[in-house]
Each structure stands twice: as structure tokens, then as C-alpha cells.
Design a binder for this molecule. Structure first.
Ligand code: UN1
Length: 491
């Protein structure tokens, strides 16, 4: 199948005629051919979005919301088919792919409702016979740049609030997951999004993404990806005074106290460390464990890790799918080598999987390091793979301090049954998301999503926080006194 760009309501070939292959990471099969678009394609899409903005901003927000409601209905009908395609294109196991589509469905219905809310406020004026209110205004053209690890959820977190708030969109999805982006935009078209309101341009970051960052007709950039690229995005888009939202990953920790329910902790750790093969921004890659239960927890984890089955995500018995590509395998493996050089103890895993049946895919064995100290690179840098590091502590205070020491601040979790410890952790864990007695993944779409410090630049996605990013405030003063009233002077 040959995918096309979607510009100004037309499905079009890239002007340079260049394509590349979209590959199934579990077996190397080609899923689709994808445009490698040029700057010209990106500029045409931006022009179409700027033109369409003139009308879209005036469409009543409840009407914009109704279109999103239809999008939600179609996503729901096609959930199974979309999830299957996602597994083939990206590797995550089918049930997780279905969850990824479900996030898109949830976001569609949630943002559809925001069309009838998007509340501003009224407030008394300091002057008589004068009315004051604050309303949310649209901004313009949003450049949406998304990663491959949540091929449906993350684009919907960005595109749906952008649209309901009255902005138009140029969408540049990750090169690794074009098929799901294509399916999403086809659904937006089918649901009645007018021509030019959403445009899709496939291609490389340095070409298509860069054009979005530099073109003055783009007002907003919403980006999820690596910390290094995020800094580049902030710099280049900041130069043009664009509003920029960045979500740049994590080094998320689970804290396990000596009073924890250990069965539950083991379940939570395995799910958040090895689900999606560790390729979530929210994935758990550190466990900070009280010395009283350290050995016991390690043994239980090892026992359960030995049972994890690797395979194609469409095979029902698979627990852990492949990494996204060969480069990811090399990166993960280089961290395993670093961990060994640093003196951490490799307990299990630590190499690409070599079983028959996995040879053509990018599989890596779930890996556990123990005797990890808090400042080792494996304990501070984002690995984005199935590698878990176990750190020993003597107290909750020490655990929290270690959690907060890294540059990332997305998600954290604590397993404890002591209400005092739990509330201390809620107060002191310096991350944007905190879980109690659950792993570090599983954010719901109606709460703010994002993190502190190196995880981003202070914005939040999802929830009503998404509208704060995709709209700006307009303060309106209506004077019905019939005379000149001077604020601060006549009051
Ligand atoms: C991501 O990894 O970038 O909380 C998104 C979670 C999912 C979203 C993760 N709902 O793990």
C-alpha cells in the first residue's frame, strides 16, 4: 500500500516522488510505502491550514465538538482493525494497541464535550455600568509532531484539543508509524473535518518538522519525542516566538517500601517496566527498594520475568513485543554494557533475543540490574527499552530524594500501605504524575499529562490543561455607561 499526504482536503503524492518503507519490527515485513516529503509539501500544507483557519475559527465550538464526537464513533467501530494495524506497524502487543486506540476514543468524546464547555469567566469591573469577561480564543495553525510509541493516542491528545479550540493543524507523524496517522486523518476526513483544517505530511524531522518550526505562519508547536530534539524544537520555534509544548520522556521510578503488598508491587513493576517493551515515556526503569525487602522483591521479579514470552504482538500468548528498530536494539544494548562497566549486577537478560522465530525482529530480553547506585548512567538516563535497575535504600526520605535527583520528572509511584508515608510521597515526589499502589503507567485522558524539569517546558497535555495550551485568553470590557470611564483613575 502506498500512502499519500493530505493537503487542503486532497490526497496527494509528494512533489519529489520519493517514498520509503514502513516496516513491521517483529518480522521485517513491509507494511506500506510512505512519502518522504519535501519542504515544498510542508509549505503547501501550512498554506492550506492558514487559509482554512479563517473559517474554522468561526465555526461554533459545539459544532467542532460534534465532528470530534463522530470521529470518536468511527474510532470505536474500527478499534479492532486499527489495533491490528498498530501492532503490525509498531510492535506493541494487541491488547496494548487496543488500549492505545481507546485513548484516542476517550479523547475524542472528552474533547467533543469541551466544545460545549471551554469555559471562560466573567468578573465584576471596578467601574459602574461596565461588564468584564475573559474568553478563550483560538490561536492559528498548530504544527503537531508526534512519536511512534503511541501512534494513535498521542496524535489525538494534540489534534483533538487543537481542533475544538478552533485551530487548524499540520500533522507530521513519526516516520516509523505512518499507517496509523494515515488512518486517523482518513477518519477525520470521513467525520466531516473541512478541507485544510487538518493536513498530513509524511517525512523526515529535519525537512518537514523543521519547516513547521521555522515557517512564520505556524503559531503553535506541540512536540513529543527525545530530550535532545525537544531542546532543538524549543530553540528554533522560540526564535519565532511560537508557543511550544514539549513532552520529552522520563526516568520513572517505582518506590517499594517494606510495608508494601509485594504481590501487587511485582505486578505493577512488571507491567510498567516491560509493557510496550519499556518504550513508554512513562515506563518504569528504576525501582527504589527498601533494604528490608530488597532480596525478596528481586527473587520474585526474577521468577516472573523468566515467564515473560516474547513474540509477535498479534500472537495471543505474547507478553513482550519487539523494539521499534535495530537502532533501538543497539541503544538498549549499549546501556546494558554501560551498566556492567559501572559495576551494576546483571541478573537476567542483557542481550537481543536469539530464539528461532524472533530472528527477523528487533527483540531484546527483559533485563534486570541489581546493586545499582543512584548516579549510574543506567539509573539516570532514559533507555527506552526493557531494562530495569534496582536501587537499595534505607528510608522513604532517601527514596524520594533519589527519585527527584534525575533530570526527568514525568511519573513516579510508591507501593506502601502506610497512609502517612503515602501522603508524604504525594507531597514530595517531584513529578507531574504520581501513582499510589500502581506502576508508573496508565494516565487517563481527562487529567493533565506531563512532567517537571527535563521532561518538558511546563505545559501539560490532556485534561482541560490541553485547552490552556491550544487557546489564548481574550479579556473583553463592555462599557454601557455612555461616558468615558478611566480604569484606575475614576474608580
Ligand atoms: C507515552 O508514553 O508517551 O500513561 C504516553 C501511559 C499512557 C500514555 C503514555 N496512557 O502510560
Amino acid at each position: 500500500m502506498k500512502l499519500k499526504n493530505y493537503i487542503g482536503g486532497q490526497w496527494v503524492e509528494p512533489e519529489n516522488g520519493q517514498y520509503e518503507s514502513d516496516i513491521d519490527p517483529a518480522n521485517g515485513e513491509v507494511v506500506a510505502e510512505v512519502p518522504r516529503s519535501s519542504v515544498k509539501d510542508a509549505e503547501r500544507a501550512i498554506a492550506a491550514a492558514a487559509e482554512a483557519y479563517k473559517e474554522w475559527r468561526k465555526v461554533p465550538a459545539p459544532k467542532r465538538g460534534e465532528i470530534l464526537f463522530t470521529v470518536g464513533q468511527i474510532l470505536k467501530e474500527r478499534k479492532h482493525e486499527l489495533a491490528q494495524k498498530m501492532t503490525r506497524e509498531m510492535g506493541k502487543v494487541y491488547t496494548e494497541a487496543a488500549g492505545d486506540v481507546q485513548e484516542g476514543i476517550d479523547m475524542a468524546f472528552y474533547m467533543a464535550g469541551e466544545g460545549r464547555r471551554s469555559f471562560g469567566y466573567t468578573t465584576p469591573s471596578e467601574l459602574p455600568d461596565k461588564f468584564a469577561m475573559a474568553t478563550r480564543d483560538s490561536i492559528g495553525v498548530a504544527g503537531i509532531i508526534t512519536p511512534w510509541n503511541f501512534p494513535m493516542a498521542i496524535p489525538t491528545w494534540k489534534i483533538f484539543p487543537a481542533l475544538v479550540a478552533g485551530n487548524t493543524v499540520v500533522f507530521k507523524p513519526a516516520s516509523e508509524t505512518p499507517m496509523l496517522a494515515y488512518e486517523l486523518v482518513k477518519i477525520l476526513e470521513e467525520a466531516g473535518v473541512p478541507a485544510g483544517v487538518v493536513n498530513l505530511v509524511f517525512g523526515d524531522g529535519p525537512v518537514v518538522g523543521e519547516t513547521l518550526l521555522t515557517d512564520p505562519r505556524v503559531n503553535l508547536i506541540s512536540f513529543t519525542g527525545s530530550n535532545a530534539t525537544g531542546r532543538h524544537v524549543a530553540k528554533v520555534a522560540g526564535e519565532g516566538l511560537k508557543r511550544v509544548s514539549l513532552e520529552l520522556g522520563g526516568k520513572n521510578a517505582v518506590i517499594v517500601m517494606d510495608d508494601a503488598n509485594l504481590d501487587l508491587a511485582v505486578d505493577g513493576i512488571l507491567w510498567s517496566a516491560f509493557g510496550t517493551t519499556g518504550q513508554r515515556c512513562t515506563a518504569c526503569s528504576r525501582i527504589i527498594v527498601h533494604e528490608g525487602i530488597y532480596d525478596q522483591l528481586r527473587d520474585r521479579l526474577l521468577e516472573r520475568m523468566a515467564k515473560l514470552r516474547l513474540g509477535h504482538g498479534l500472537e495471543g500468548q505474547t507478553d513482550v513485543g519487539p523494539l521499534i528498530n535495530e537502532k533501538a536494539v543497539q541503544k538498549v544494548h549499549s546501556y546494558v554494557e554501560i551498566g556492567q562497566q559501572e559495576g551494576a549486577k546483571l541478573n537476567v537478560g542483557g542481550r537481543p533475543a536469539s530464539d528461532a522465530g524472533l530472528a527477523n525482529g528487533h527483540f531484546y530480553l527483559p533485563t534486570l540490574f541489581t546493586e545499582v547506585t543512584p548516579d549510574m548512567r543506567i539509573a539516570t538516563e532514559e533507555i527506552f527499552g526493557p531494562v530495569l535497575s534496582m536501587i537499595r535504600v534505607k528510608s522513604l526520605e532517601e527514596a524520594i530524594e533519589i527519585n527527584n535527583r534525575v533530570t526527568y520528572g514525568l511519573s513516579s509511584s510508591i507501593f506502601s500501605q502506610d497512609v502517612n508515608r503515602v501522603f508524604q510521597a504525594i507531597r514530595d515526589l517531584a513529578t507531574g504524575i504520581v501513582y499510589i499502589n500502581a506502576g508508573t503507567t496508565g494516565a487517563e485522558i481527562h487529567l493533565p499529562f506531563g512532567g517537571t524539569r527535563g521532561t518538558g517546558n511546563g505545559h501539560r497535555e490532556a485534561g482541560t490543561a490541553a485547552l490552556d495550551f491550544f487557546s489564548e485568553w481574550k479579556a473583553v470590557y463592555v462599557d454601557f455607561s455612555g461616558k468615558l470611564q478611566r480604569a484606575q483613575i475614576d474608580a
